[in-house]
Design a protein around this ligand. Structure first.
Ligand SMILES: Cc1cc2nc3c(=O)[nH]c(=O)nc-3n(C[C@H](O)[C@H](O)[C@H](O)COP(=O)(O)O)c2cc1C
Length: 335
């Protein structure tokens, strides 16, 4: 067990990415993009679109379990949908109390709920009751909405409601994604509850992972953008845990671009297949392969560009490509 969770990332970490990233290794658990629950018991098709893994034991091809994340504010409705998820094969339920998006918060979802620990408690409790006892129910929070004053209340509310774990993104909603992440503020949360706490935010290297664990006292970590910048990061963190002499970031740095390019190429090939054989039974849920490839490649390469000159150059090359063939050929030819 490496104690590394791949962070849920809406619009980025979908089925295909979970498949490719978990194949590399180091990741123990994936969490889906959030499923928003507003007013109904969602049809199976929605669950299968967000989490095609449900059809295969709710794990990636590499065998990494996938938990389903919900976002919403109505305990009964969320419970109804969690029960449905359990019925159709979910292995775990996660609740999103951290999304900072304006539209989400305006509809009283995500991070805005951090101002209401009682409601958070009721949501977690309703879900805990609705799914089998052995199914993990977890929550993901930020330190708070405007400030961290309710951090402990929220964590305790989640624990008292019967959750099995808690991931904490070490920023408030107000702090958005602005560096730094306040790992030291996770300590009091970890100390206040007995359930496992997962530390999250700004882990971009093996050394970051080491420091985050040391500062927070949490063995479990969750990594998002760091894995997109460097898909080999979870494996590198995992091996450095097994062998402390191996935690030399430089050692892995050399392999990083080639590993990144390899995964970009495999990603591109899968999307091109969907475009070329649309009638085939692809599980990826990609409706418009051209738009999908264009958006995801640009998004991914721009994240990788923060630490890789080769990624920046490839981004420049594909930036103005408008057809899937032009884009894919540039990715295949990159070195
Ligand atoms: C594009 C994007 C989409 C995200 N979508 C979700 C989501 O669906 N659910 C969630 O709980 N967090 C979501 N997050 C937050 C991440 O899971 C994570 O908490 C955050 O990126 C900090 O971790 P990192 O520094 O390792 O990326 C998202 C973040 C980004 C950048």
């Amino acid at each position: 067990m490496n104690h590394i969770t791949l962070a849920p990332m809406e619009g980025v970490v979908d089925y295909l990415l979970r498949e490719l990233l978990s194949e590399i290794g180091g990741i123990d658990l994936c969490v889906t993009e959030f499923i928003r629950v507003t007013d109904t018991r969602l049809p199976t098709s929605v669950f299968h679109r967000i989490c095609p893994e449900l059809k295969h034991g709710c794990q990636t091809r590499a065998g990494t379990p996938v938990h389903i994340q919900f976002l919403g504010n109505n305990p009964q409705l969320l419970a109804l949908n969690a029960a449905k998820a359990a019925e159709i094969g979910a292995r775990g339920i996660d609740l999103n109390f951290g999304c900072p998006a304006k539209t989400v918060c305006r509809h009283k979802g995500g991070a805005i709920l951090l101002q209401e620990p009682e409601l958070i408690h009721d949501i977690v409790k309703a879900i805990r009751k609705a799914v089998p006892d052995e199914m993990p129910v977890t929550a993901k929070i930020r330190l708070g909405y405007l400030d961290g004053d309710l951090a402990i209340d929220n964590a305790k509310a989640i624990e008292d409601a019967g959750a099995n774990g808690l991931a904490v993104h070490a920023r408030t909603k107000l702090q958005g994604y602005k560096p730094p992440a306040y790992w030291e503020d996770i300590v009091a949360i970890r100390e206040a509850v007995d359930i496992p706490v997962v530390a999250n935010g700004d882990i971009f290297s093996v050394e970051d992972a080491r420091r985050c664990r040391e500062i927070t006292g949490c063995q479990r970590i969750m990594v998002g953008r760091g894995v997109l910048r460097n898909p080999g990061l979870p494996k590198a963190i995992a091996s450095s845990t097994a062998d402390k002499h191996h935690c030399d970031e430089q050692h892995y740095g050399e392999q990083r671009w080639h590993q990144s390019l390899d995964i970009l190429q495999r990603f591109t090939r899968k999307v091109v297949q969907v475009a070329e054989y649309p009638e085939a039974d692809h599980p990826y849920g990609i409706n418009n392969p051209k738009r999908y490839l264009d958006g995801r490649l640009k998004q991914w390469l721009s994240m990788m560009s923060k630490t890789s000159e080769q990624a920046r150059q490839l981004f420049e090359q594909i930036k103005r490509e408008t057809c899937i063939r032009g884009m894919s050929e540039k990715v295949y030819r990159a070195t």
